[in-house]
Design a protein around this ligand. Structure first.
Ligand SMILES: *Cc1c(COP(=O)(O)O)cnc(C)c1O
Length: 383
């Protein structure tokens, strides 16, 4: 917490706004729209709820197809199944690790040939790195398929000064405990189309018609953020830029200490292959030109060359022996048992990232001495 959260929460208690809605909800929504640079925001109970409502607002229903980035957290895809629609998983490219625009267009053509045009596409900015939105928006316009932008990990990231969360027809943020700012649990749905957000708020509060009694002409949800948690959110907004600076500083220290090598990969042969050399065999994902990542998590690729053979797991297990938690990159959705029967279009990139990638401890409250310890342990393994 940054210090201002308890003021807003106290105010809610003092004014007895311990209710689902109230001034903190309105204030937090306003803060979000101003920060992201978008017309309208609805504060919700979670990012997952926001994705679910986005699908409902786009009319996604049984037998519809929805394209979804395969390399992501399962919460991007689960709501497609809540609607009994079919997720179509699409692999990533190597510059941002997000959905591959060329493959995306091939997939759309292929699905249309098979007789069904996808109804929406869920694009993710994984680990805070913005996806290739220029190209993706071009494809979205060309085929008239709306974008649901999953910016859950990318609050504060941008391309050319345009913030993540402002690219989709509908966009999604998360304030879960592990995200760059948190309300302990929460999310938001954003759009430049104010009517869509008004409809989201309506659906998120049990779809109550205007009437003195309780009357409903649609199925509703209990998805709204409470006034107490929105108070935490308002306080967190005051330290968001600080948090981003800190995460980027952490990334920079790892980069400087672990070989200073950006990942350069060719994918000409159908299997990604690193084409440059790192003295440590550790590689970092570079921001493409005009891209700014909040560096939510520092991620590394460990390429065990034949001779010394240090793998991702060697590093992860040595950290674990020292009571330090690190994690492989997200396991792609097309490799998940629960999604195995849905169509997927692979170019092997996300499989490769999952095999070689590791998320390092990156919390903004991590002290420098702790980070140095992590670095020393990693260095001891790669030597
Ligand atoms: C965290 C996350 C979500 C879901 O957000 P919740 O608030 O935890 O429901 C969705 N997509 C991605 C990529 C996430 O990292």
């Amino acid at each position: 917490m940054g210090g201002h959260e308890s003021d807003f929460v106290q105010e809610a208690f003092d004014t007895n706004w311990v209710a689902p809605l109230g001034p903190n909800v309105n204030g937090f929504e306003k803060d979000l729209t101003e920060y992201v640079g978008i017309k309208s925001a609805g504060a919700l109970a979670s990012g997952t709820a926001a994705i679910h409502l986005a699908l409902i607002l786009l009319g996604i229903k049984e037998e519809d197809e929805v394209i979804c980035q395969s390399f992501t957290f399962s919460a991007s895809a689960n709501p497609i199944c809540y609607q009994k629609a079919t997720p179509i998983f699409v692999d990533s490219e190597l510059d941002t690790w997000n959905i591959d625009p060329e493959l995306l267009e091939q997939v759309i053509k292929n699905r249309i040939e098979k007789g069904k045009k996808p109804k929406a596409m869920i694009v993710v900015h994984l680990y805070g790195m913005p996806a290739k939105m220029d190209q993706i928006i071009g494809i979205s316009n060309k085929y008239n398929i709306p974008i649901i932008e999953d910016a859950a990990e990318a609050l504060g990231s941008y391309i050319n000064n345009r913030k993540c969360g402002s690219f989709g027809k509908l966009s999604v943020l998360s304030f879960n405990g592990n995200k760059i700012i948190t309300t302990s649990g929460g999310g938001a749905i954003l759009s430049n189309e104010t009517e869509l957000i008004e409809k989201a708020r309506f659906l998120a509060t049990q779809a109550r018609d205007e009437a003195p009694h309780y009357q409903h002409s649609a199925i509703g949800y209990n998805y709204r953020m409470s006034n107490i948690l929105a108070g935490i959110g308002r306080g967190q907004m005051k330290v968001l830029d600080e948090r981003i600076n800190r995460r980027r500083e952490i990334h920079q220290l790892y980069f400087n200490e672990l070989g200073k090598t950006w990942l350069e990969v060719s994918n000409n042969t159908g299997v990604p292959k690193i084409i440059n050399n790192s003295t440590t065999n550790i590689y970092f994902l570079k921001e493409p030109e005009n891209y700014f990542s909040n560096r939510w998590l520092t991620t590394i690729i460990i390429d065990s060359k034949e001779c010394d053979g240090v793998s991702r797991e060697d590093i992860r297990l040595e950290l674990e022996r020292n009571n330090i938690e690190s994690r492989p990159l997200w396991k792609p959705m097309h490799l998940q048992p629960v999604f195995k029967n849905f169509p997927h279009y692979s170019n092997k990139v996300s499989d490769w990232l999952f095999e070689k990638g590791l998320c390092l401890p990156s919390g903004s409250n991590m002290e420098k001495a702790s980070q140095k310890r992590v670095i020393e342990i990693i260095k001891s393994v790669i030597k």
